[in-house]
Every structure is written in structure tokens, then in C-alpha cells.
Design a protein around this ligand. Structure first.
Ligand SMILES: [Zn+2]
Length: 382
């Protein structure tokens, strides 16, 4: 099985290198904004036309020739992604890129052989802690201290600068992985929700994390502060930088938190079952709808983490379609209790068999049972 892994390092460019990265980002932004503007009055133009047009743009603007041409092509891909997301209603109409947000450019790895020796334009040396990058040469890196080398084939590298002016490189590597399927001895059903992020059929709940909530509170306070300050003033910019820093913290912490949950679940179980989509729990007020969109992002991220970890560890992952409302059916006797539609009911006694059900644990047990059916049907087919 081929798998792709990303290794992210902090980059420590010299002044010259930093200047070059900034120029590349500037050129990439220039190309992006140029074509965004260009597309405004040219309907029906696709990226192939843009790629064909790029050499002409470079002729007209000599400074574009200086930088990594991969990075310029990359802005056309970004633009295309932007429009795809817009048409799929995942985001708004693509906007012009500003100088101050996080920016990145990608460059592909090109290999060649000369007199029996292999050369590559991207190389990572974890012993001397340097990365070789096209046009930049050797740049100092930090990260992965426990590794001696990166196994596998480097595909590309993404160089980025965040809003606080730190530089990073993410190296995408293709690895060949031999995975043997485990003989399952343990199964778990998982209810992914809003009140608690995760409820397992073992009765374990992962709620909203306290540290995360603390950060979010601080973020809200700073945003309120920013709205009172004079736009463009020194203090305004200071607050803005603090906000950018806390956004990064939240992003990193959330990633770490979701990873931990997925690790715990996949370490302890061999068959893991989740719902593919949440049965519509409707929210009327806006605040709840907003929280839901946040948790939706977390839920789908977590689902893909679990799926991925199962895949590389030879475990089984099933997504079930809950065409029936998993929380309304008693996992003990199968009785459907429509009163449970009311989301405020967290626990209840089943009117038919009398078992005391916790709403979410009951739902995860139902998910487990559906997954079990799926697993043994599939296995018997083989
Ligand atoms: Zn019952």
C-alpha cells in the first residue's frame, strides 16, 4: 500500500533566503491576484488556458522569472481550488490575497541520475538538520529530533510563512507500507456529536476540551478589544498579532487533541464503527448553528483520522448510514421511543424493557451493532 506522509519542519532561513522566500510569495500572490482579476470578465476560462497564458505574463513582468516557476503554477491550482470550493458552496467567492495572511508556495521534487548517481532538488538531512530546496539551497530546519532519516520518496515541499512571520516547510513523502489485517478481538461503536465530541459504546466520553475553551475565551476577549481600537494604530496592530498567535495555538491544539482521541480509540479496538452522516439535529438559533459548524469540522476531521489510522494499522473501519435515528432506538430491546427526538433528554428509562439508557451511549451501541452486521456480512462474502 502506498501512503503519503507530511513532515513539517520549522525553517530558519538566512536573511538572503528569507528575502527570496518573501519575493517568491509576492510573485505567487501577484499571479494569483492577476488571474483572479482576469477571470472576472472572462467567463469559461479554465486552468489550462491560464497555464498557457503564464509564459506571456512572465515575459511582460521580468521579475517573475527570478523565482521558482513551480510556485507560480501553484497559484493557478490554488485559484482553481478556490473556484471549486465556491461552486460547491464550501466557501465564498475567491478573494484577492493580502500580504499579511499566512502564505505558502509548493515546489515539486525532481530527480535525475548522472553517471550512476542520483540527484534530487529536494533533500532532507536530519543529521546536520538541513533541507535542500530549489533556488534556496540549504536551509536550517528544526523538528523530528527522534528520527535519523526520512524514509520514502519525497514528492514535494510546501514553504510557508505564517501571520507571525515564522517560516515552515512541509515535506510530502510517499512510502510503501506493508499492512496485514489484524484478527479482530474488540469492537467499538462511536457516536460523534455536538454536546460531547465523541461517545463510545464503552461509555467513554470526550467532551470539549478545557484548554481549548480557555483559548477560545481569550480569543473572544481580544477580538472585542480589537473592535474598540483605532484601525491601523500601534496598539491595534499589536492586538492583531496576538490574535494571529492565538489562532495558531488553537489550530495546533485542536489537531493534537483530535489526534490523541483517534490514537486512543484505534489503539484499543480492532473494528471501529461510526456514522457516515449525522441524522439532522436541527438548530434554530444562530449561536448553536455556529457551534455546530465548528463541531462538524472537528467531527469530519476525526472521522478521517480514525479511518487513516485503521488503514495503516490493518484494522477495520466502517461508516454506517443511519437511515434510522440511532438515539431513538433502545439498544437493549429495539423499541423506538420517539420522545427522545427532544435533544434535551439525556437519559431515560426504556418504556418497554425498563433499561436505563444514556442517550449517546445508547446511540453508540446501536452504531456498534450495525457495524458488526456489516463486518460479518463482508467477511462471509470473502
Ligand atoms: Zn428497551
Amino acid at each position: 500500500m502506498k501512503i503519503y506522509k507530511a513532515y513539517k519542519f520549522r525553517l530558519y532561513p538566512t536573511n538572503d533566503q528569507r528575502g527570496f522566500i518573501n519575493r517568491t510569495l509576492g510573485c505567487k500572490r501577484f499571479v494569483y491576484n492577476y488571474y483572479l482579476n482576469y477571470l472576472k470578465d472572462n467567463n469559461g476560462i479554465n486552468r489550462f488556458d491560464l497555464h498557457k497564458d503564464l509564459p506571456k505574463l512572465k515575459e511582460e513582468n521580468e521579475f517573475l522569472k527570478e523565482v521558482d516557476s513551480c510556485a507560480l503554477r501553484c497559484s493557478i491550482f490554488d485559484l482553481e481550488d478556490g473556484f471549486n470550493n465556491f461552486f460547491a458552496k464550501r466557501s465564498g467567492y475567491p478573494r484577492f490575497k493580502s500580504k499579511f495572511a499566512r502564505q505558502s508556495y509548493r515546489t515539486s521534487c525532481i530527480r535525475s541520475t548522472y553517471k550512476g548517481k542520483e540527484y534530487s532538488n529536494i533533500e532532507v538531512d536530519l543529521l546536520t538538520r538541513f533541507i535542500k530546496l530549489p533556488k534556496l539551497g540549504k536551509v536550517k530546519i528544526r523538528g523530528y529530533r527522534d528520527k535519523e532519516r526520512i524514509e520514502g520518496k519525497i514528492v514535494n515541499a510546501t514553504i510557508s510563512r505564517d501571520a507571525t512571520n515564522k517560516y515552515y516547510v512541509s515535506v510530502l513523502v510517499e512510502e510503501e507500507l506493508l499492512v496485514e489485517k489484524v484478527t479482530p478481538t474488540s469492537i467499538v461503536g462511536i457516536d460523534l456529536g455536538i454536546k460531547d465530541l465523541v461517545v463510545t459504546s464503552d461509555g467513554i466520553k470526550y467532551g470539549n476540551d478545557k484548554v481549548l475553551m480557555k483559548y477560545e475565551k481569550r480569543l473572544k476577549r481580544l477580538q472585542r478589544k480589537l473592535s474598540r481600537q483605532v484601525k491601523g494604530s500601534k496598539n491595534y496592530l499589536k492586538t492583531k498579532e496576538k490574535i494571529a498567535r492565538i489562532h495558531t495555538k488553537i489550530k495546533n491544539y485542536r489537531k493534537h487533541y483530535l489526534n490523541n482521541i483517534a490514537n486512543e480509540i484505534v489503539d484499543e479496538h480492532d473494528i471501529i464503527v461510526t456514522e457516515s452522516l449525522k441524522v439532522a439535529d436541527m438548530f434554530k438559533d444562530k449561536k448553536k448553528a455556529f457551534n455546530k459548524s465548528l463541531s462538524d469540522a472537528a467531527v469530519s476531521k476525526l472521522r478521517s483520522l480514525i479511518e487513516w489510522k485503521c488503514k495503516i494499522n490493518g484494522k477495520f473501519y466502517y461508516k454506517i448510514n443511519t437511515y434510522y435515528p440511532s438515539s431513538q432506538i433502545c439498544s437493549h430491546c429495539g423499541y423506538k421511543n420517539s420522545e427522545i427526538k427532544d435533544l434535551s433528554i439525556r437519559e431515560y428509562d426504556c418504556p418497554k424493557c425498563g433499561v436505563h439508557n444514556d442517550r449517546d451511549i445508547n446511540a453508540s451501541l446501536n452504531i456498534l451493532v450495525e457495524g458488526l452486521k456489516l463486518h460479518y456480512n463482508l467477511v462471509s462474502l470473502v
